[in-house]
Ligand binder design. Sequence first.
Ligand code: GDP
Length: 317
Amino acid sequence: MEEKMTVLVTGGSGMLGYALQKVIKEKKRPGEEWIFIGSKDADLREIDETRTIFEKHMPTHVIHLAAIVGGVFKNMKNTCDILLTNQKINLNVYQVCKEIKVKKLISCLSTCVYPDKITYPITESMLHDGPPHPSNFGYSFAKRSIDAMNKCYRWQYGCPFVSVIPTSIYGPNDIFSVEDAHVIPGLINKVRMCKRANTPLVVWGTGKPLRQFIFSYDLAQLVIWAIREYDEEDNIFLSVDEKDEISIRELVEVIVEEYGFKGEVVFDDTKTDGQYKKTVSTAKLRKYLPDFKFTPIREGIRETIRWFEDNYDIART
Ligand code: GDP
């Protein structure tokens, strides 16, 4: 008999929520119910609203994705708001998950909250080994306190709370703001504009930083695996392997080629590079899923560009 599961996903209308909705349509198991909530359904900064929506659905499992997120530039401009808003949301969600005794809560950290000065590859346990990069200070401490809550709730109350930690995510339904988005959606939107206006593409920074980009549909599959199968107390990285890490310069080439942009590409090194790299080890993930195949970056970028073109009118820019 399949276990009966009611899975509530917060942040269900964001990029990863969208990917989960798409993937679960094909992969839903008998006995599973999946509910996606977004900011229109409840203001999770308010404890009463949080409690009301959780008590309405009474989930057995929770995937907590709701957060204020942004690229390096938005994070620097709004560091205090990002710290406080995310902490409020997390405090409320955790408190209510304890109250209604969920069987598993998985929340999402990010590799960008790991220490700035660190040895590579990074492993899961290094989270608190040094300060984060100053460019995302507020965001990092909101996420790090999720890890503290996972542990404290488990130690004091026996709550089964744990986190998955993706690297840089990209995919359909991302935020494509030129100023505030992460590099892939930001550049996709910029390339579209430059192509139309016949102007050079200005890439921020030197192009040297390295990133492990994960396609949101791949990550969705891994998160579904984690909510069903992953029962360790310690966090797990969800990432493409070290060999698939690429530089921003290589990424720009892929985006430019896939978009068919023929104009000039300029690197503006007066803009910050952010962290040079944050390479993570996938040893733990590979122990569980040695054969999982990730979507090659070119294919994922192609699909993301296609989505952006097809949905330009409704895309968040
Ligand atoms: P990070 O991975 O947390 O540093 O966040 P981002 O995705 O915002 O930035 C990744 C890298 O891409 C940094 O080195 C940025 O300087 C670089 N970059 C180049 N062009 C852009 C752009 O148009 N938007 C953003 N957000 N980053 C860019």
